[in-house]
Design a protein around this ligand. Structure first.
Ligand code: DGT
Ligand code: CA
Ligand code: CA
Length: 582
């Protein structure tokens, strides 16, 4: 486990203790510990494993904190933190995300003014009751109202990778009900958007009540928020894992609609969205003297056949459009220009070119990773452990890297059904130099260049760093180009046109990192890279054999970018791919 994750748990614990009104000395101890841990040059895991050293030698880490660190390392959890999260209303924790409201102020709002929900907070700020409190004023009320507005607009969203299996599971359950004919997942989940604001489910059924009752009584459902004849909105119990930067579990809501069979296609088209796409389809309907809405497709009073989406699109003289492309970006343009792209499939992928082993921060050995890749039918992989700058992950210097490659070369001899490349994920340092010397990079069979540090540098500097890597003759690809972690850390400010132009000139590829929190490049940028003729590689960045299974989330992002098999380099056979590298 990463030191930053452990530090974050102590930071959260300090916040929640402060909300509870705990002793200031205790709160400060946890904050200091978080700072100490964050700035440690080595992984706590390594330190704990070393019997000759003790956690208590670290500044500010006493017996109690040392024990807590051990518990986190062993169980991934901190029981005190979990208990506090149960105790303090989730909305109060959310108040901490309002810029300008620190834990001290939130503690006063919660404990003295008894503002236990965002609604109550908003009401109080509007009524001016907060300004009367000592230490607060009109300015704070303004900050609160603006902050709440921001929270509302940014909303809570969930990674597609967490949302999709969950919603698909609910859909599967509904499919088993006697009166239910068809069940379809709609909305952003169907469009395979990287994050999801809520779930949308569409059902045709003889008896709408059965599906609605089933959902209302579902073990995962916390509350029915609204119910009509044919639609219902429910809130699920807080789901985990989730996307919020503070690591809290969160509640997702679902719209369920029951529609008649004759309008299923029209309703599915409507509720799949996006809103932008639907504005165009509605206008196209109007141009043809038709009316298209959630209830069906109409000419005057007459209801036309709209059982399927194909019929709806055909009425607009359009082919069926894959949901991933329905964003009014270029799907309509593409149809005009000759046709929609034949989107990439997961089964087209033959290689995985970004992964880690126990040499750095992976949990599987070289051999285990190779076996895992073979089990999944991969024909070629590149082992790309970290370079030395990533101290936290035990990054490799030149000597260790060369020894690691020797080991890979020895092990790969045993396999004749998979190609294994000696690679490296090399950091591009803050001063725009590479973390490893050229003569070392020259020996690599696959070099991924990445930004990990200094992501907040100004655009010019970031772009200069990426250009250095692109112009380096040994660099094959830029990995997770922006370094973003969705919902947790914004990506670097990149001048894409400059970068893509240089990459195209120098024959450097671009990665779509398939990790659900990254999916970086994103859909818009991957489409732009394709326009520049840059080959895309979709990689899992696996840190264990299970990590290989994340490929699908990268493939989905590629589909939203309109990428075909031909646009993605790791769809090539091993032979073709190796030839391309030369
Ligand atoms: P989300 O939930 O924020 O991840 O994104 P969506 O696209 O799932 O949005 P949602 O759940 O609000 O609505 C689902 C679809 O229903 C949306 O993509 C298009 C359609 N829809 C919802 N509200 C409206 C609306 O006011 N106008 C139009 N034209 N379509 C709407
Ligand atoms: Ca939705
Ligand atoms: Ca919705």
């Amino acid at each position: 486990m990463n030191n930053a994750v452990i530090a974050d748990k102590f930071e959260q614990l300090a916040d929640l203790l402060e909300l509870e009104g705990a002793n200031a000395f205790r709160v400060r101890a946890y904050r200091n510990a978080a700072r100490t841990i964050e700035s440690l040059p080595e992984a706590l895991e390594t330190l704990v494993a070393d019997d000759s050293r003790s956690l208590q030698d670290l500044p500010g880490i006493g017996k109690d904190l040392a024990e807590k660190i051990r518990v986190i390392l062993e169980t991934d959890e901190l029981p005190q933190l979990a208990e506090l999260k149960e105790k303090i209303p989730a909305d109060v924790v959310r108040m901490l995300r309002i810029p300008g409201l620190g834990p001290k102020k939130v503690a006063t709002l919660y404990r003295e003014l008894k503002l236990t929900s965002l609604d109550k907070l908003k009401h109080a700020a509007e009524q001016g009751t907060i300004a009367e409190k000592k230490g607060f004023g009109n300015k704070t009320e303004q900050i609160i109202l603006e902050g709440l507005d921001h929270l509302e607009r940014s909303g809570v969203r969930m990674y597609l990778a967490d949302a999709k299996p969950f919603v698909d599971g609910i859909a599967e359950e509904l499919r088993k009900l006697k009166s239910v004919h068809q069940v379809a997942v709609a909305g952003s989940v169907r469009r395979l958007k990287e994050t999801v604001g809520d779930f949308d489910l569409l059902v045709t059924a003889e008896d709408p009540a059965e599906a609605m009752d089933y959902l209302a009584e579902h073990a995962q459902v916390e509350k029915v928020l609204a119910r009509g004849e044919t639609k219902q909105r429910v809130r699920f119990k807080p789901l985990t894992p989730c996307i919020t930067p503070d690591g809290n579990r969160m509640s997702m809501e679902m719209d369920l609609r029951v529609v008649p069979k004759e309008s299923f296609g029209a309703a599915l088209q409507y509720f799949t969205g996006s809103k932008e796409h639907n504005i165009v389809t509605r206008r196209m309907a109007k141009d043809r003297d038709l009316k298209l809405n959630e209830y069906g497709l109409f000419r005057g009073e007459e209801q036309l056949n709209a059982e399927t989406e194909e019929e709806v699109y055909a009425a607009l003289d359009l082919p069926w459009i894959p949901p991933e492309l329905r964003e009014d970006r270029r799907e309509f343009e593409a149809i005009e220009a000759g046709g929609l792209p034949d989107l990439l499939e997961l089964s087209d992928i033959r290689g995985d070119l970004h992964m880690h082993t126990t040499a750095t921060d992976g949990t599987a050995t070289i051999e285990e990773m190779i076996e895992g890749a073979r089990e999944r039918g991969l024909k070629y992989i590149a082992i790309t452990d970290h370079s030395k700058r990533v101290m936290m992950a035990n990054g490799l210097d030149a000597d260790r890297l060369r020894a690691h490659w020797k080991e890979i070369q020895k092990i790969r001899k045993k396999y004749d059904d998979i190609e294994v490349l000696c690679g490296i994920e090399c950091d591009i340092l803050e001063d725009a130099t590479m973390d490893l010397p050229d003569d070392v990079l020259a020996e690599a069979e696959w070099v991924i260049a990445v930004l990990h540090y200094g992501l907040k540098q100004p655009r010019e500097k970031i772009t200069e760093r990426l250009l250095t890597a692109i112009r380096n003759p040994h660099v094959d690809i830029i990995g997770h180009p922006t370094g973003r972690l969705i919902g947790k850390r914004p990506g670097a400010d990149v001048d894409y046109d400059t970068i893509f132009k240089a990459a195209a000139d120098h024959g450097v590829m671009m990665e779509i990192n398939a990790h659900p929190a990254r999916v970086d490049l994103d859909d818009v940028r991957a489409a732009q890279a394709k326009d520049y003729g840059i080959p895309i590689v979709i990689s899992t960045d696996a840190h264990s054999t299970g990590g290989f299974d994340k490929m699908v989330w990268g493939v989905y992002q590629a589909r939203r970018a309109g990428l075909t098999k031909k646009d993605v380099a790791n769809t090539k056979t091993a032979k073709q791919f190796l030839k391309m590298l030369k």
